[in-house]
Design a protein around this ligand. Structure first.
Ligand code: CO
Length: 501
């Protein structure tokens, strides 16, 4: 059979699989945004059923046949076809190694575990969530045994989110990052200059915040005709193809920045998904290059752009139209408030400088947990100790400590490092952007982000998962990923903000 015919047949099969995945995705979205609390259990059963159908499709002997039939043609294939095959093989092998009954049980567990996490967080009681988390961790360990590992069990989980990433590589990058952050943080702490952000607290009507969020989303390039914005406990983005990209945010009426920056962050994820090429439909490649590359886009919009002086210069007059609280605030004051540094307890509310430390804490904990060097029982103490040691703060309750993130409830171990790597990828790309288009930030003052978004579209978004993260960053910047650009960026920005050098 000819290569083209075989590829078309595969695409046809993948399009059916994608439809099923989209149905599952809509149910997940609904569970996290709109579902009545009593409906959780029965919806979990719907998910169990559909997931087992998806499992059957991806582990079917038919997929094995596709792989066998296509492999001899590898050298004749173009880049896209090669990556389709590579991703298909990865997905097939990862899924096939798990016995179906274990997989179905795991999916059911995760949906109950998410509900338990929400209850536990509301009650600020880790004990409610603990039995579920114990089971989720046991499943992770069981899966790693099916998948196999070389040096470190945690490597197997890292590789799921960032192809080829290992604890060995990450230990090195994170130790450089940690040293860099601490160096800047110590100078900031020692500075005589104190920034003020009191005016960001007060009463900010939820309706007006929503209007502002929607306005800014469109401004940065998110297409509201191919997406929407809703509310959930933990903001997230999900999508069903590139024409239905759904973001969520979370409004706090006593504070100005939280919802706005959550929206911009999720908007960055959304812009990525909306701009992936239509040609990649039904190939398995119509998705981000990796979770960290995805985070590089969201964090680029949120921080590098959203918290830049140029963007603040555009945002302040707009914010004044919505909220009279900012009537007398100057640009310098606004910019300083947006970049106020404070070691704190909540990752998602952390400033750009100390954020990486929150991730390093989670990385170290996950590595120990997955390798069986600490138990779920010891988790809370370990967490609290590390927060004291790295950030000098201690949670007063579980909600602002161990229960703050939902990631462990659905088994996303290995995901957290993506956030910090996203910062590094983003800063490295920004460095190249400024070399290629030196005046690009000037336009941002006028609220014109077109050039930046276009550059990211061309360099990153349109390619979906055609390139691995390693290839992509090399194509764009000519270098491998390294922490240098992000640390330099932090130094430039925060030394000037805090008058230190
Ligand atoms: Co994100």
């Amino acid at each position: 059979m000819e290569l083209k015919e075989k590829i078309d047949e595969l695409k046809d099969y993948l399009s059916q699989y994608e439809r099923l995945e989209q149905a599952i995705g809509i149910i997940y979205w609904d569970m996290r945004t709109n579902i009545p609390s009593k409906a959780g259990e029965s919806r979990g059963k719907v998910l169990e059923y559909l997931s087992s159908e998806a499992f059957k499709m991806i582990t079917s002997p038919k997929v094995g046949e596709f792989i066998n039939d296509l492999t001899p043609y590898k050298d004749e294939m173009n880049k896209v076809e090669q990556r389709i095959l590579q991703e298909l093989e990865k997905n097939y092998n990862e899924t096939k190694k798990i016995p179906q009954d274990r997989y179905v049980e795991y999916v059911g567990l995760c949906s109950n575990s998410e509900i338990a996490w929400e209850k536990a967080k509301d009650a600020s009681d880790f004990e409610i969530f603990k039995p579920y988390l114990e089971k989720v961790v046991e499943f992770q360990k069981e899966f790693i045994n099916y998948w196999g590992y070389k040096n470190n069990k945690y490597d197997t989980l890292l590789d799921k989110y960032e192809l080829g990433l290992t604890t060995e590589k990450l230990d090195k990058i994170f130790s450089e990052l940690k040293d860099g952050i601490i160096e800047v943080l110590n100078k900031v702490k020692g500075s005589k200059k104190k920034l003020n952000r009191d005016f960001l607290y007060g009463h900010f009507d939820e309706g007006k915040q929503k209007e502002l969020s929607l306005f800014i989303l469109e401004k940065i390039g998110f297409d509201m005709e191919a997406g929407r914005l809703d509310v959930s406990v933990h903001p997230f983005t999900t999508n069903f193809g590139n024409k239905d990209v759904r973001l969520t945010t979370n409004y706090h009426e006593d504070e100005f920045t939280s919802a706005l920056f959550s929206t911009i962050h999720e908007g960055g994820h959304g812009i990525y998904e909306q701009n992936i090429s239509d040609d990649l439909e039904s190939t398995g490649l119509q998705q981000g290059a990796s979770m960290a590359i995805h985070e590089s886009q969201s964090r680029f919009y949120e921080n590098i752009l959203g918290r830049s002086k140029e963007f603040c210069s555009y945002l302040l007059p707009v914010a004044k139209e919505y909220f009279s609280d900012f009537k007398d605030v100057t640009l310098d004051e606004f910019y300083e408030a947006m970049n106020y540094v404070e070691t704190s307890l909540i990752r998602t509310e952390a400033d750009e400088l100390t954020y990486g430390l929150h991730i390093i804490i989670r990385y170290e904990i996950e590595k120990e947990l997955i390798n069986g060097r600490i138990t779920v029982n010891e988790l809370k103490d370990t967490w609290n100790k590390k927060y004291k040691e790295y950030l000098g703060v201690e949670p007063k309750n579980d909600a602002e400590g161990i229960l703050q993130d939902m990631h462990w409830s659905d088994g996303s171990f290995g995901y957290f490092p993506s956030y910090a790597l996203g910062n590094l990828y983003g800063a490295q790309m920004f460095n190249t952007l400024l070399k290629e288009k030196p005046n690009v930030m000037e336009e941002v003052k006028n609220g014109n982000l077109t050039d930046i978004t276009k550059w990211l579209n061309e360099k990153v978004h349109v390619h979906g998962a055609i390139y691995t993260p390693e290839e992509l960053i090399k194509n764009i910047t000519g270098e491998e990923l390294n922490a240098k650009y992000f640390i330099d960026y932090l130094k430039n920005k925060y030394y000037s903000l805090y008058d230190v050098e």
